[in-house]
Write a protein that binds this ligand. Sequence first.
Ligand code: NAP
Length: 350
Amino acid sequence: MKYDVAILGATGAVGQRYIELLEDHPWFDVGVLTASERSAKNRYGEVCDWKLSSEMPEKVKNLEVVSTSLKDVKRTDQVDLAFSALPGDVAGPVEDEFAENIPVVSKASAHRMDADVPLIIPEVNPEHLELIEVQKENKERNGFISTDPNCSTIQLTISLKPLMELGLSEVALTTLQALSGAGYPGVASLDIVDNVIPYISGEEHKLESEPLKILGDFEGDHIEESDIDISASCNRVDLKDGHLESVWVDLEDEKSVDRVLETFETFEGPQKISRLPSAPERPLEVMDEKDRPQPRLDRNTNEGMSVCVGRVRDDPIFSIKYSCLGHNTIRGAAGSGILHAELLEKEDYI
Ligand SMILES: NC(=O)c1ccc[n+]([C@@H]2O[C@H](COP(=O)([O-])OP(=O)(O)OC[C@H]3O[C@@H](n4cnc5c(N)ncnc54)[C@H](OP(=O)(O)O)[C@@H]3O)[C@@H](O)[C@H]2O)c1
């Protein structure tokens, strides 16, 4: 028997990716699609401006989109789990409402830094799911909210996790972020064609704060954040999918390029994650070529679920520098959300 899932914000860039990736999922069946009042009460096939190169799955074409309220969703179907792909400024109270009764896996920023809400990358900090019990008790709710990090944070933090054992202390990075990261319609073409915009609202703060929670330790009822320092500078570039990041790191214990490469190459995350249906063969894929990773060539590595790292080299100021690349709507969004939900199922949270 499969779980019936709802996608909140199903018509957007991330919502569409959820629908694509869940089409033949062995455990989850998409039964409910929500969007704003603008789209509600229309068939998904009529109201959704499908932007992916795959065909819109037949099954969703005739589903009626409902407004994003628990009342409307409940009337439509029995839902076991909701994937939230709502805008950050809408998600807060809506996710709280759903979490009264059902588990919510959220891509939105609204609850990410709440003290009793897990912020999960399955390969990095699955043990933080234990915060769910704290949250249920604090909020006296039957369901819960468990969040996914920002897209740029996910790929960065997967690459930082193996470096923790080499004494990671400081990180500086600059990002080149794709247009789909801004949702649809996103940035106006006249602003971005032939251009780079050196500003993405809220992004630098997310990159400087979220990894500290993810790389922190679960201490029974709270997360003790990591004390590494991070400085981020973010740019929007004229690219459809895939965020590229240049990263500089200071390592206190081991600074050699060979040791860093070995740590990247052998990083697997916990075994229980690698057995989940959406887990990539390797969370980190190391590229040897001198000019890789590149977004167009490498963003779909392992179905878009691996983070590609390359250009690992010495740096005259920091210990090491490297480049990392992730597919922002797959590894950075819907793919990670699905892997997160698979982990919740395996650990008996749903
Ligand atoms: N894009 C990425 O690469 C990415 C990566 C990581 C995280 N995220 C996060 O994921 C979330 C979704 O991003 P996105 O890029 O998919 O955004 P998007 O393309 O703008 O889609 C937003 C979705 O939310 C719905 N919505 C808008 N206002 C609403 C309201 N007042 N009530 C109910 N539903 C409403 C929209 O429905 P209508 O079509 O009816 O307007 C649409 O389905 C955001 O929180 C974003 O920060 C995005």
